[in-house]
Design a binder for this molecule. Structure first.
Ligand SMILES: Nc1nc2c(ncn2[C@@H]2O[C@H](COP(=O)(O)OP(=O)(O)OP(=O)(O)O)[C@@H](O)[C@H]2O)c(=O)[nH]1
Ligand SMILES: [Mg+2]
Ligand SMILES: [Zn+2]
Length: 248
């Protein structure tokens, strides 16, 4: 007998037409990978983290290529994630640093590696599951700028647990109808929002906003707040576009 299993959790994105679609299903942990090169776009990482939070999927930040060194700007970014409450694991697929910690984070999980192209997701899979045949990019010059991994693939890890390698992205837009309107999946906003004067505070220009106060007093990272504002504007644009379509 065929049985349709419920999709317990799924990470949703907005596609080019502004519609929601699942990208990864039944995950228990999202590993958002960044690296010193290519230059990290923290807005992409923030949006993945927000989507995970909204789907009830635990999220961990993974800094790969740690052996290349962490400059002041990257350090500030990492500190902001730690302050928000995220675990950050520094690893190197090249030297093997931190691989045990990453393996431990995957034990008993269905985890997925996501992030910009070239941060080393596939290289990490090759380290974590040495038996697997994994394609790694960057060997041929003409391949520069091309996404090496073209489809998501699941690997069994030696310590138990499963790991999905996914194609790199330039940008990621979470499905806005899956985001909690009170905080859009920003964990520190969710924590602070009960202190806002208005229950339906959007944390943009409202008086008595606890989030804006936290940014002013240095409790919330200003770059994370800017990211929140961008996602709020995107969310409102997509919602308006949807309403306009509905009227037609
Ligand atoms: N220095 C250094 N380079 C690394 C490390 N991990 C991966 N790389 C290099 O980074 C480049 C990209 O690696 P991939 O593993 O293909 O990156 P990816 O994230 O899977 O890329 P997409 O499949 O395009 O999303 C390759 O040239 C790797 O050799 C690391 O820990 N240190
Ligand atoms: Mg890859
Ligand atoms: Zn507010």
């Amino acid at each position: 007998m065929l049985e349709v299993l419920p999709r317990r959790t799924a990470l949703y994105r907005s596609n080019a037409r502004g519609r929601s679609e699942p990208v990864l299903a039944n995950l228990t942990r999202l590993l958002v990978v960044i690296a010193p090169v290519p230059p990290p776009d923290p807005f992409v990482a923030d949006r993945y983290l927000a989507a995970a939070e909204s789907a009830g999927i635990a999220a961990t930040l993974v800094l790969n290529k740690a052996e290349l060194g962490i400059d002041a700007a990257l350090r500030t970014q990492l500190d902001a994630y730690t302050a928000a409450g995220y675990d950050c694991i520094a690893v190197s697929a090249d030297t093997g640093t931190g691989i045990d910690a990453l393996l431990a984070a995957c034990a008993g999980q269905v985890a997925a590696l996501v992030g910009q192209s070239g941060v080393g997701k596939s290289s990490l899979v090759r380290r974590l599951a040495p038996e697997a045949e994994v394609e790694i990019g960057g060997l041929m010059r003409e391949e520069e700028g091309r996404h090496t991994t073209t489809a998501s693939r699941l690997y069994e890890l030696p310590g138990g647990g499963r790991l999905i390698d996914s194609p790199g992205v330039r940008d990621f837009a979470p499905a806005v109808d899956h985001l909690d309107p009170r905080h859009l999946g920003f964990v520190e906003v969710a924590r602070l929002a009960p202190g806002c004067r208005f229950l339906d505070c959007r944390h943009m220009r409202e008086p008595g906003c606890a989030i804006r106060q936290a940014v002013d007093s240095g409790t919330m990272d200003p770059r994370r707040y800017e990211s929140y504002r961008r996602l709020r504007r995107l969310s409102e644009e997509l919602t308006d576009a949807k309403k306009a379509r509905g009227r037609r």
